[in-house]
Design a protein around this ligand. Sequence first.
Ligand SMILES: [Zn+2]
Length: 350
Amino acid sequence: MPLLARMLAAPLVIDVRAGAVGGLGELLADRRIATAGRIAVAVGPTQGASIAAELEIADAEIFGVPDGSHGTAVLLGERLRAGAYEAVAGIGGGKTIDVTKFAAHMAGIPMVAVATNLAHDGIASPVSSLDHESGKASYGVVMPVAVVVDLDRVRCAPDPMGRAGIGDVVSNLSAVADWELATADTGEQVDGLAAAMARSAAQAVVHQPGSCQSDEFLTVLAEALILSGLAMAVAGSSRPCSGGDHEIMHAIDQLYPGTASHGELAGVGALFCAYLRGGDEQAALISACLYRHGLPRTPADLGLADKDFAAAVALAPGTRPGRYTILERLDLDTAAIADRVEDYGRAISG
Ligand SMILES: [Zn+2]
């Protein structure tokens, strides 16, 4: 009988718990990721020193990751190659993990992602997003061999970064709805498994009543971010987690850099797209979730005037050519966008 199934590349280990950083040496040895002890550890600028002190890995070589640039990633990749390490652990926020993923791919060694905040869904994805001289680019890389989330570290992450991943996960609901629109209008196929993983992850967070102070909520959020990364790996693209919501996020980033973090912008983009699609139930769910966690929902919450947000909505489709979403379906002109943005602000605040 033919084997009618697909094989999925996935991390060997997922470890979400308090004190996970301290157990890293054991994990590397027990799972035979590194047996001779030649391990490199890349740490970010914020928590780097304290993490290095907590690690119980003899002879681990520590590398600082000062920023999230392509240049830093290439430099680290060269140092990993020169040192002939067995494995590298990237410990920190999104930038440190993305730099380490790229460098490990370049050096051809396994990479362990250790997240110290829950800002976005790049923790377990096979994508590295890096800054370069002309902006930002996404590079396909090998998926982390293990994904570790230390709840102790996540709990202490600076606000609102620690909560922003909620917006990124919730945007899956909008992204999958956009994907279904594409099926109806252009015949693009939805990958049912990827959609199931992305949507279930978002539903778990939306319906989890706890706050970021509770380990139960943080565990659900961490697992949802990991599942989102795996959904992208299954789909072979960011489609299950990125629709008009992320197009708006990219446009705001381009027009008004530094406005807010990836996850915060994705949350606002998702709510605006849900409003545009007219899905009242989905908009109400997303709105209530963002509000409950103190995340922005409107242009004013982001510190943007309605007209500036409208300019970002107009630019949004151009940030991701070929991706069909509610923005492409409606194809609104400038005046129509201004009307919808004004009405949106009233609907959400009212
Ligand atoms: Zn995202």
